[in-house]
Design a protein around this ligand. Structure first.
Ligand SMILES: NC(=O)c1ccc[n+]([C@@H]2O[C@H](COP(=O)([O-])OP(=O)(O)OC[C@H]3O[C@@H](n4cnc5c(N)ncnc54)[C@H](O)[C@@H]3O)[C@@H](O)[C@H]2O)c1
Length: 357
């Protein structure tokens, strides 16, 4: 057996505890070799729980650890661009949770940071690795036959689902200064795109784009390519977002609503004259919830629905395999920084509609 990939984790919060730590620990192709977080009690908990030998006082020290092959950046979004810059320069392979950065202006200069030719920098858009999504991509009809596309994220946020299914260690020893600085930096980054005088609801809506909607919008691009532009977008109260993407002979309609109804209704539908493709995703916070692709095909006299799934393999696990495949075999990585930049440019364009509307 080849030696496992030695990974270091920066940030040990919810997504690390729910997904990345258990998936890495379950997989003999990886070794969790080092960790860091700004919470000492959390570092201590994870080190004991996962038997991690090396704990670092901060991200800089972890990135300087020459014993690591790869680093996972799992921190709040406002730290992503700075940590990406340092991680790329460290020469290690990089997995970063989405979004790669909060703004296109932050990400753009990182594309020209000198890199070893085989370095993988991979952005964690797990929905794009779901088997049902990959099947939809394979089965997608010719673009010129598409009449309409509907994409949606009508959801309740994580705490409701997590509270009933998992015990996440929530530390109380993170300095209030770190929390306050993080909030202020986030607001300032959002304002750098949306304008200093941007109303709070439009600012929140831009943040919803970089958080929840980035999954759907990056999946839309993966499936259909880049739209010609954003024909219309609006938001209400920050957590209802509607956007119409112009694909020329059809329009892709995107809707996001974050509310307190306990369901997670996310998916993509593609309609041609005689076929309706319907892909659904459930909440990612509960592992292994099934995804399904339904394809209804009609002729003049008959109709039928083919159901692919339910598929139980968790998209986070497939994503981890894809990361490893890029590192070990050099397989091209579709969720690259260049790819993420397209999303951030679209979010800025949507944001301009929020301001105009
Ligand atoms: N793919 C998905 O579906 C998905 C789901 C949830 C979160 N995420 C992304 O993952 C990232 C983390 O989200 P989360 O929900 O786990 O957040 P979280 O707040 O629960 O965890 C972040 C962790 O980073 C730590 N941290 C903060 N500053 C740090 C620093 N300077 N150095 C080291 N550690 C630091 C915090 O103490 C905390 O433990 C975000 O970018 C988020 O967008 C993705």
């Amino acid at each position: 057996m080849t030696a496992p990939l030695r990974v270091g984790l920066i940030g040990l919060g919810e997504v690390a505890q729910l997904m990345h730590l258990p998936l890495l620990a379950d997989d003999q192709r990886f070794a969790i070799a080092a960790i860091t977080d700004v919470s000492p009690s959390l570092v201590d908990y994870v080190a004991r729980r996962y038997g991690v030998a090396r704990v670092h006082a901060d991200a800089d020290s972890l990135l300087a650890n020459s014993d690591l092959d790869a680093v996972f950046i799992l921190t709040p979004d406002h730290l992503h661009a700075d940590l990406l810059d340092k991680a790329i320069r460290s020469g290690k392979h990089v997995f970063i949770e989405k979004p790669a950065a909060l703004t296109a202006a932050q990400l753009e200069p990182l594309l020209s940071v000198p890199r070893p030719p085989d370095q993988v920098v991979f952005v964690g858009y797990m929905r794009r690795f779901s088997r049902a999504f990959l099947e939809l991509k394979t089965r997608l009809p010719a673009l010129d036959t598409i009449r309409h596309v509907r994409i949606r994220d009508i959801i309740r946020e994580a705490p409701f689902f997590v509270a009933q299914t998992r015990n996440v260690f929530k530390p109380n020893d993170v300095s209030p200064d770190i929390i306050a600085t993080g909030r202020a930096r986030t607001q300032s980054m959002l304002r750098s795109v949306m304008g200093e005088d941007c109303p709070a609801d439009a600012l929140r809506a831009y943040q919803v784009l970089t958080g929840l909607s980035s999954h759907s919008i990056s999946a839309m691009r993966d499936l259909l390519g880049l739209p010609k532009g954003v024909r219309y977008a609006t938001q209400h109260g920050g957590e209802t977002v509607i956007a119409l993407f112009d694909y020329g002979h059809f329009t892709a309609l995107y809707e996001a609503v974050i509310d307190d109804v306990s369901r997670f209704d996310a998916g993509i539908e593609v309609l041609t004259q005689t076929q309706h493709f319907k892909l659904n995703y459930d909440t990612p916070y509960i592992r292994n919830l099934p995804t399904k692709l339904e394809i209804t095909t009609s002729s003049a006299t008959e109709t039928g629905t083919e159901i692919i799934g339910p598929i139980y393999e968790d998209p986070f696990r497939i994503e981890l395999g894809a990361f490893l495949d890029s590192v070990v075999n050099g397989t091209p990585n579709k969720t690259s920084l260049e790819d993420s930049l397209q999303d951030l440019k679209l979010f800025a364009e949507i944001g301009r509609h929020f301001r105009a509307g």
